[in-house]
Design a protein around this ligand. Sequence first.
Ligand code: KG4
Ligand code: ZN
Length: 341
Amino acid sequence: MRVLGIETSCDETGIAIYDSDRGLLAEVLFSQIDTHARFGGVVPELASRDHIARTAPLITDVLGDAGLALTDLDAIAYTAGPGLVGALMVGGCVAGSLAYALGVPAIPVHHMEAHLLAARLEEDPPEFPFVALLVSGGHSMLVEVAGLGAYHTIGNTLDDAAGEAFDKVARLLDLPYPGGPALAQLAESGNESRFDFPRPMKGRGLDFSFSGLKTAVRLQLESESETAIEDTALRADIAASFQAAVVDSLVDKSTLAMQDTGQTRLVVSGGVGANASLRRQLREAGERHHFQVYYPRPGFCTDNGAMIAYAGWCRRGTAASGAPQIQARPRWPLDELTAVP
Ligand code: KG4
Ligand code: ZN
C-alpha cells in the first residue's frame, strides 16, 4: 500500500510517500521561515496562503522523486489537527479532493500521534509499549503508549510548551525566528553554569511549567545594563543557562515517568526533540537508569510529511470512504484517540 502524507498544520508544507513494503519512498518539505521571520512568529493567514501555493507543486515533486504517478497512490493521509485551522483546511481540502478524484480513502491524522510514531520510521524502531516525550511548539507532554492509538497522558505543561519557551526566550535575546534552533546555536558558545535559572516543578510529579523560567530570564536581562543585549558573551551565557534549565526539567520528568510506569523505552519527538543537548542528556539518563532512548532523525522531530504518511498507513483501517469528509480540528486531545486493534 502506498500512502501520500500531507502536513500543513503550521508553517511547514511537508509531503511524503510511504510504502508498506519498501518504507519511505520520497519526502519533500517547504519551510515558511522567510515568510514569517519579519513578524517574529507564525502569521496564520500567511501560513494558509503559502500552503495553498505550495501543496500541489510539492505533491508533483514527491511523485517525481518516487517515480510514481497519482494513480499509484492507495490512500491520502493528511494532518487533521491539532494546528492552525486555516492551514489544516488547506491540507484537508487537497487530500479530500485528491482522494475523491482517485477513488481512494482520505485518512485524517492526529499531528501529535504522527510525532509519537515518527521514531518508528528509523532503523531499530521502538516496539510498543513505551513512554513518549512529545516536546514541540504547542505541546510538552509525557504519554504512556500501550499500543497504536492507546495513549494515556501522564504529564503535561501547566503553562508554556517547551518549544514556546525556547521561542519566547529567543525573542528576549533578540534572536531571529524560529527561536529554538537559533537559541540552541547561541547556547553552544555559552557558559551554562553562569546563571542558576529555576527548574520549576522539579521532583514534583510529571507536569511541566516553563513560564516562570521565561520570566526569570526576562528579569535577569532587565537587571543588566541597557547595552546588555549587545553583549554576545552575556547573551550566550543566558541562552546556555536557560537551555540547561529546560533540558534538566525534561530529563528529570522523563526519568521519573520511566520509573513510575516501569517502562523500558522512551521515545522522544517534536521540534525540541531535535535539540542536541536534550538528546545527549536523555541518552545519558537512559544509561544511568536503564532505559533505552529512541529518537527520529532531527529532521523528523520537527514537522514533516513522512510522519503523516507513516501514521496514515498505521491508521489505514480508520479511513472514511464514500463522500469526502474533511476534518480540521484546531484542538484535539491525544487521549481522545482510540486503540487500533
Ligand atoms: O514539532 P514542531 O516542528 O512544530 C510544532 O508542532 O509545534 O516544533 C517546533 C518547535 C518550535 O518551538 C522550535 O523553536 C522548536 O520546536 N525547536 C527547537 C529546536 N528545533 C526546533 N527547540 C530547541 N532546540 C532545537 N534544536
Ligand atoms: Zn509538530
